[in-house]
Ligand binder design. Structure first.
Ligand code: ATP
Length: 441
């Protein structure tokens, strides 16, 4: 029962996302493409704000991290070296009766692992390894010599550019390279809306360090990444660390922690912070013969840098932000929904309303709207009762509504309504831009 209620909440969030223009099913008019989603007007803004926040925290505000935007298609040998061609697999099980497919790992958790969870028959095949990389062909001939892959992670683009970035930027260790970009995985069981999809965006940063300082930097990056979710306004009681134990720690990693969020469908990974040792650069050095060694003035020795990686999913962060902000508040009227998004990431920062469409109010409201639009994403709405307009903005997650009313003409003041407290306070028209700047920038 409780579980259904939770799933209902996800269903209602999915329908709000469609109604308000956050997220649509990909190719919906053709029946949709499984596990692919399109971001609508508000979703595109929210995603851009999340990426900007990450980019500012991880490179723009720092002297020790450089940005990169590597190609999605890479030399296929990269994926051989990284281990993705041979090892980036999930064991897949089919049901011979109903053709449903499952990850063997998920079945193992069931009470009756030999039984198909979809049709109940005991007609499951043996597990076979299924590579999660999307394969395509470069050029006109579709044979194996022309095979290339859509990258399953952005990190390799950083490793293969380590020498380029180091030489061009003249950074000294410790320093990092940050990148935001698309990644593709042919997941066997995508689902939970945008939580697990086949095309998604990652926000990854690789920090290159001397091996003797790995524990210090690992702790440092754990703290920094946790704090970033606090900056996004995520409820800290819904976040926790999960340490990878000996069973789930990758063979090359010395330590790995995931930041998890409590979604309506359970605690799930949002981001990984990993100590990848010198595995990546050593492998690429071995495969290419390029010297990845670094001479450190402090340590007076040559070494292959260790890497502390922070690897976050942009779509998963966006889902977290939405789930965390979603509130059903009956005190505001029947079935009222509010998205209590942090003003820093909210797609629309403020809405401007004339109380009524007469008495000179629309003219003042339009002028304010055009002035604010130069600095902020704002929205003008003169349609329907002011209560309806507030409700629409609450659902869209807009933190402030500015109303021009009868008093405005007398004393140049407007009301600013706070989405969460619903309190209305009068401000001078000339103060509105500063008020917004303080709240949203
Ligand atoms: P999971 O165990 O959920 O498959 P993972 O451990 O394979 O994730 P990583 O390879 O560490 O994930 O990728 C880093 C981040 O990229 C994840 O924490 C997640 O936020 C995001 N990510 C990975 N796979 C997907 C996916 N299929 N859809 C959306 N985001 C993803």
């Amino acid at each position: 029962m409780a579980k259904n209620k939770k799933n209902d909440k996800m269903d209602r969030l999915v329908s709000l996302c469609k109604r308000r223009g956050y997220i649509f099913q990909s190719s919906e008019i053709y029946g949709g493409l499984n596990s692919c989603w399109d971001y609508g007007p508000l979703g595109a803004e929210l995603k851009r704000n999340i990426k900007t926040s990450w980019w500012e925290a991880m490179t723009a505000r720092r002297d020790d991290i450089e940005g990169l935007d590597a190609a999605i298609l890479m030399h296929p040998a990269v994926w051989k070296t990284s281990g993705h061609i041979d090892e980036f697999t999930d064991p897949l099980v089919d049901c011979k009766t109903c053709q449903a497919r499952f990850r063997a790992e998920d079945l193992a958790e069931n009470k009756n692992p030999e039984q198909c969870p979809a049709c109940g028959n005991k007609t499951l095949t043996e597990a076979r390894q299924f590579n999660l990389m999307f394969k395509t062909f470069m050029g006109p001939v579709a044979d194996d010599n022309a095979a290339v892959y859509l990258r399953p992670e952005t990190a390799q683009g950083i490793y293969v550019n380590f020498l380029n970035v180091k030489n061009a930027s003249r950074q000294k260790i410790p320093f990092g390279i940050a990148q935001i970009g698309k990644a593709f995985r042919n997941e066997i069981t995508p689902g939970n809306f945008i939580f697990r999809t086949r095309e998604f965006e990652q926000m990854e940063m690789q920090y290159f360090i001397h091996p003797s300082e790995d524990e210090k930097w690992f702790e440092y990056w754990k703290e920094q990444r946790w704090n970033w979710y606090m900056e996004l306004g995520i409820n800290k009681d819904k976040l926790r660390w999960h340490e990878h134990g000996p069973d789930d720690l990758a063979h090359y990693a010395k330590a790995a922690y995931d930041i998890e969020y409590e979604f309506p469908f359970g605690w799930k990974e949002l981001e990984g912070v990993h100590n990848r040792t010198d595995f990546d650069l050593s492998r690429h050095q071995e495969a290419t013969g390029k010297d990845m060694g670094y001479i450190d003035e402090r340590f007076k020795e040559k070494f292959v840098p260790y890497i502390i990686e922070t690897s976050a999913g942009c779509d998963r962060t966006l889902l977290t932000v939405l789930v965390d902000a979603y509130v059903e508040d009956d005190s505001r009227g029947d079935k009222s929904t509010v998205l209590k998004l942090s003003p820093k990431v909210a797609p629309i920062k403020a809405a401007v309303f004339p109380l009524v469409k007469k008495d000179g109010m629309p003219e003042i409201a339009e002028k304010l709207y055009h002035d604010l639009k130069k600095r902020f994403k704002v929205f003008y709405d003169a349609g329907g009762s002011v209560g309806r307009r507030y409700a629409r903005m609450d659902e869209a997650g807009t933190p402030f509504c500015i109303t021009i009313d009868g008093q405005t003409k007398e004393d140049d003041t407007v009301t600013i309504r706070d989405r969460d407290s619903m309190e209305q306070t009068r401000y001078k028209l000339a103060e509105v831009a500063d008020f917004l700047a303080e709240k949203v920038e």
